[in-house]
Structure formats: structure tokens, C-alpha cells
Write a protein that binds this ligand. Structure first.
Ligand SMILES: Cc1cc2nc3c(=O)[nH]c(=O)nc-3n(C[C@H](O)[C@H](O)[C@H](O)COP(=O)(O)OP(=O)(O)OC[C@H]3O[C@@H](n4cnc5c(N)ncnc54)[C@H](O)[C@@H]3O)c2cc1C
Ligand code: FES
Length: 237
């Protein structure tokens, strides 16, 4: 899409959908990215490292450490809810045939990811903020038209304000314990040593204890309220 590119590697990594790798962009930084397949990451350009990746030539070297962290718990009848580049860790889950319904949102039609990558075993329902495809509105608006209780597991990834709105709706119908969210936090080591990705109040490490957490756990945490920058300072979500 105009703001997102998928980078394919020349080797595959055994992984669980939801796991991430640390991507070293030589001379710039090392950043966490979910695997969107065994040999790819799908990257939104937001700053220094992702910007430098967009300038790479085909066949340029990247360093990859991982896969790290946990994956989504699979169910028999899953609902997936994805917003923007949050569709990246959801794609391999949907391709493993356990996702019955996927609610997929983006700002505009041109920014929708992976619509042509999903087969007919997944019912894809689309919302765009500007109404250029699917329902006009946020992906969370689609939740009122489906029976959430019909699914045994719910997997969610997207911008934190969107995931926080999903958690409020899910919690109001008592389904927080069967819903999992992929959390994005600033990371340095990616392997549980430095503490830069810890979340309040229990100090759980997103890189090691997550990045997938249950709604039940997140509703009593900093999730949806604030995160921390590279120096540990709080910034509001
Ligand atoms: C487990 C995990 C999986 C991720 N998977 C993906 C993915 O599949 N695709 C993708 O595009 N991005 C993903 N991210 C987010 C990605 O790591 C950041 O966008 C990236 O680190 C930004 O680096 P930068 O140098 O380009 O931006 P910077 O110059 O560091 O920052 C630019 C902006 O991005 C924000 N930012 C920095 N780090 C993060 C972060 N970790 N999460 C959210 N915002 C951040 C900053 O606050 C700033 O506003 C993931 C993050 C985590 C923790
Ligand atoms: S990034 Fe170092 S502990 Fe998580």
C-alpha cells in the first residue's frame, strides 16, 4: 500500500502466528516486527528505521534475530479483528484455517492489507474510515453486527486506541478472558533482559511474556492509557 511494504527474506523461520523478530537495519537501529509469514515482515513507515528500510534495494542485507515471544492461542472457531498494519500478525493465523470471520479495517481502501491473500474459509468484513470500501467507519463499528459469543477465541491487533475500544466492547459482554491482543511497546533487547518493554502494574515484559496478552490481564494494566518511550518516560496513548 502507499505506507506499508512487505519484505521477503531468502530463508524461512519456523514460528507461531503472533511471534516477532528483531530486525537490524545496518547503521540505523534494531526494531521489533511481527512475522507476516515464515519469510516476511510487513512494515509501516513511521520513523528512522522503517524509513531506512523503505529506501533499501532488493537483495540488501537485514539482520534478523528470533522468532521471539508467544503466539496467539488457536481456537476452532476464531474471530480476528485487525486495524491497519495490525493485520500483519493476523494474516498467518487466518491462513492456518482457524479464523472463521475477520473484521479488517484501514483508513482508506488503498491502505487495506491482504484482502486478496485470504481464502474463502475466512469471511472478511471490511470497514474504512473514509467509506471507500466496506462499511463507512471504524473496524470496531463492525462488532455490533456479529454475535461475539459464537466464537471460541478472539485475536486482535491494531493501533492501541482501536484495541482499547475493542477491549471495552468485549469486556462489556464478559469475553475478555477468551480474547487476546498483540501489544506494541518500545523494545531494545527483545529477549527479556533490559526491561524497556515492561508494562505496569506487574512489570510483565512484552518481549518475553507477550507480545500476546489476554484481555483479562490487560484490563488491569496501562494498556489503552500510556506507554513508555526510549528513556522510560510515560507518553499518553
Ligand atoms: C512485538 C511487536 C511487533 C510489531 N510488529 C510490527 C509490524 O508487523 N509492522 C509494523 O509496521 N510495525 C510493527 N511494530 C512496531 C514497530 O516496531 C515500530 O513501528 C518501529 O519500531 C518504529 O521504528 P522507527 O525507527 O521507524 O520509528 P521511530 O523513529 O523510533 O519512531 C517513530 C514513531 O513510531 C513510534 N514507535 C516507535 N516504536 C514503536 C513501537 N514499538 N510500537 C509502536 N510505535 C512505535 C514512536 O513513538 C514514534 O511516534 C511492532 C512492534 C512490536 C513491539
Ligand atoms: S525489550 Fe528488553 S526486556 Fe523487553
Amino acid at each position: 500500500t502507499p505506507s506499508v511494504k512487505t519484505f521477503f527474506f531468502d530463508r524461512e523461520f519456523p514460528f507461531e502466528p503472533g511471534q516477532f523478530v528483531m530486525v537490524w537495519v545496518p547503521g540505523v537501529d534494531e526494531i521489533p516486527m511481527a512475522l507476516s509469514s515464515a519469510n516476511s515482515i510487513t512494515v509501516q513507515k513511521v520513523g528512522d528505521a522503517t524509513g531506512a528500510m523503505f529506501d533499501l534495494e532488493p537483495d540488501a542485507p537485514l539482520g534478523i534475530r528470533g522468532p521471539f515471544g508467544n503466539g496467539f492461542t488457536r481456537g476452532e472457531k476464531m474471530l480476528a479483528i485487525a486495524g491497519g498494519v495490525g493485520a500483519a500478525p493476523i494474516l498467518p493465523l487466518a491462513r492456518s484455517d482457524c479464523v472463521m470471520t475477520m473484521l479488517l479495517g484501514a483508513r482508506t481502501e488503498k491502505e487495506l492489507l491482504f484482502v486478496d491473500q485470504l481464502d474463502e474459509s475466512t469471511d472478511v468484513i471490511i470497514a474504512t474510515d473514509d467509506g471507500t470500501l466496506g462499511q463507512h467507519g471504524f473496524v470496531t463499528d463492525l462488532m455490533k453486527d456479529i454475535s461475539l459469543a459464537a466464537y471460541d477465541r478472539i485475536a486482535v491487533c491494531g493501533p492501541e486506541p482501536m484495541m482499547s475500544a475493542v477491549l471495552s466492547k468485549i469486556d462489556s459482554v464478559g469475553l475478555a478472558s477468551k480474547t487476546e491482543f498483540s501489544l506494541h511497546r518500545y523494545m531494545k533487547c527483545g529477549v527479556g533482559i533490559c526491561g524497556s518493554c515492561c508494562i505496569d502494574p506487574d512489570g510483565l515484559r512484552v518481549c518475553r511474556d507477550g507480545p500476546i496478552f489476554s484481555g483479562e490481564l490487560l484490563r488491569k494494566s496501562e494498556f489503552g492509557h500510556y506507554s513508555r518511550d526510549a528513556s522510560g518516560r510515560k507518553k499518553n496513548i
